[in-house]
Design a protein around this ligand. Structure first.
Ligand SMILES: [Zn+2]
Length: 205
């Protein structure tokens, strides 16, 4: 069984307020008499399901092309958080993390339509990010648009995850994915010095 946990990219894909929306324009078109159809894509690298590169939140840090692929492929555990707002450390401490290096967190954001940006999502405080890093987590995936609070300007959770060299996937869609263990494949586009990479992400059971 393969779960496609990727948000679709189309003109209506929700982005952070003010960020560049997705636009797909046919520069050549069979229906207009051209020899084939060719489209040009314009979008924020953070639209839809994507992997953040350290360059997104640290000057001079590596781009998405330098991401270690062995972190992005392998066993992963899905846990469920039924609430929005900050995820308490006490809740994170209940997650079964023994031997877990890839952790995906399913929150109410998975039920938000792909066209809707809802700033009321579950997010991580630095102490939770630090705890996950010390427990050996090397990849954190969330269905929310960010690991930090929507209004955050200094991105403390992003930076704490970076301190532990934890890769971040955002805007997953984990609806209908039960808590449990899977094989994760998450491959971002190889954009040189990209601050993120749109990715097709799947879980195999
Ligand atoms: Zn991002």
């Amino acid at each position: 069984m393969i779960y496609d946990i990727t948000r679709p990219l189309f003109g209506g894909t929700a982005v952070f307020p003010g960020d560049t929306p997705v636009s797909l324009v046919e520069t050549l078109s069979l229906t207009r008499g051209d020899s084939c159809t060719v489209s040009a894509l314009t979008m924020s690298l953070h639209a839809g399901t994507h992997i953040d590169a350290p360059r997104h939140y640290a000057i001079g840090a590596p781009g998405i092309d330098a991401m270690r692929l062995d972190v992005l492929i392998g066993p992963a555990r899905v846990v469920v958080v039924p609430t929005t707002g900050p995820i308490p450390l006490a809740v994170a401490q209940t997650w079964p993390l023994d031997g877990v290096t890839r952790l995906l967190v399913r929150t109410p954001a998975s039920d938000t339509p792909s066209e809707v940006f809802d700033p009321d999502f579950a997010w991580f405080m630095p102490d939770v990010a630090d705890y996950l890093g010390r427990r050996g987590v090397r990849l954190l995936g969330t269905d929310a648009p960010s690991v930090d609070e929507a209004t955050s300007a200094d991105l403390p959770a992003h930076k704490m995850f970076l301190r532990h060299t934890i890769a971040l996937i955002e805007n997953l869609c984990l609806r209908n994915v039960p808590a449990g263990d899977y094989h994760l494949i998450a491959l971002p586009l190889k954009i040189i010095d990209g601050d993120a990479g749109p990715a097709r992400v799947v879980l195999i059971q």
